[in-house]
Design a protein around this ligand. Structure first.
Ligand code: 5GP
Length: 243
């Protein structure tokens, strides 16, 4: 999309746990506002992480721009301000895609594995986007039977997700960060084309320092490890070179 889009901010459409979505005067464009609020364990744990919204907006912008240069279509149009990103309006597919390179979090728990085991190849999981149920694990049969997406759409989503993993992994290696795992959301744009949506940030990815394996992501909040603000700033600096 052209980079000279100017929009007028409209009414608030939706407030989520970490973001607010606003309409604009252009029906196919929304504004995504990044908050400092943080939740974990299906919103049972609540808090704020200072400057998180600013970090996540800048980090997501960097990743979306990188992916777009590599031919991945995303909802990103441009960064509007420190906390605001202009995005394409999407009809979100109610399936979260998780890619894992190293065992952690949900996979460690589900299969009784120790965190930190390198996987022989990336693992892809689907979770049904349903807060009330805690985003349960589902497979392609559920997705088809519940009409959440077509086979063709899921084929595209699966291929893009692995491609995104390779692009991000390679990019982060040079920044001394290990991409442990991450979650993606896709949606249909005005032309019904599947594009990547949501955000890519320390809220939605696990990043470990390559040398020390220190956690530099939302796990510091989830597990009360302290130093959360510094971890987000550190990721921002390594990724963009700027604070
Ligand atoms: P896990 O299934 O191990 O809890 O999460 C796997 C990866 O996806 C982690 O990087 C985690 O941050 C991300 N993820 C999965 N579900 C969610 C979610 O509902 N919200 C956020 N912010 N991240 C998620």
């Amino acid at each position: 999309m052209e980079s000279v889009v100017n929009v007028v901010k409209g009414k608030q459409l939706y407030e989520g746990k970490a973001k607010i979505i606003y309409a604009t005067d252009k029906p196919d464009l929304y504004i995504q506002y990044f908050k400092d609020d943080a939740t974990a364990f299906n919103a049972q744990k609540k808090g704020t992480i200072g400057q998180k919204g600013i970090c996540n907006n800048k980090i997501s912008t960097c990743f979306f721009e990188l992916l777009q240069t590599k031919g991945i279509d995303t909802h990103f149009v441009k960064m509007l301000s420190e906390r605001e990103m202009l995005v394409k309006r999407l009809d979100i597919v109610q399936v979260e895609v998780t890619i894992r390179n190293i065992v952690a979090g949900g996979m460690a728990k589900l299969l009784g594995l120790e965190e930190g085991i390198e996987l022989k190849e990336p693992v892809l999981e689907y979770h049904y986007k349903h807060d009330g149920l805690g985003d349960p694990l589902i497979n392609e049969y559920h997705i088809k039977a519940l009409d959440l997406a077509t086979d063709e759409e899921m084929h595209y989503i699966r291929e893009r997700s692995f491609e995104i993993n390779n692009i991000l992994k390679n990019f982060l290696v040079d920044r001394a960060l290990i991409l442990v795992d991450f979650k993606l959301e896709f949606g249909r744009d005005a032309k019904k084309k599947i594009v990547l949506g949501d955000e890519i940030s320390p809220d939605t990815c696990r990043f470990w320092d390559r040398e020390t394996r220190k956690k530099l992501d939302k796990d510091r909040f989830r597990r009360d490890l302290g130093g959360i603000e510094d971890a987000y700033q550190e990721v921002l600096m390594r990724i963009t070179g700027k604070k």
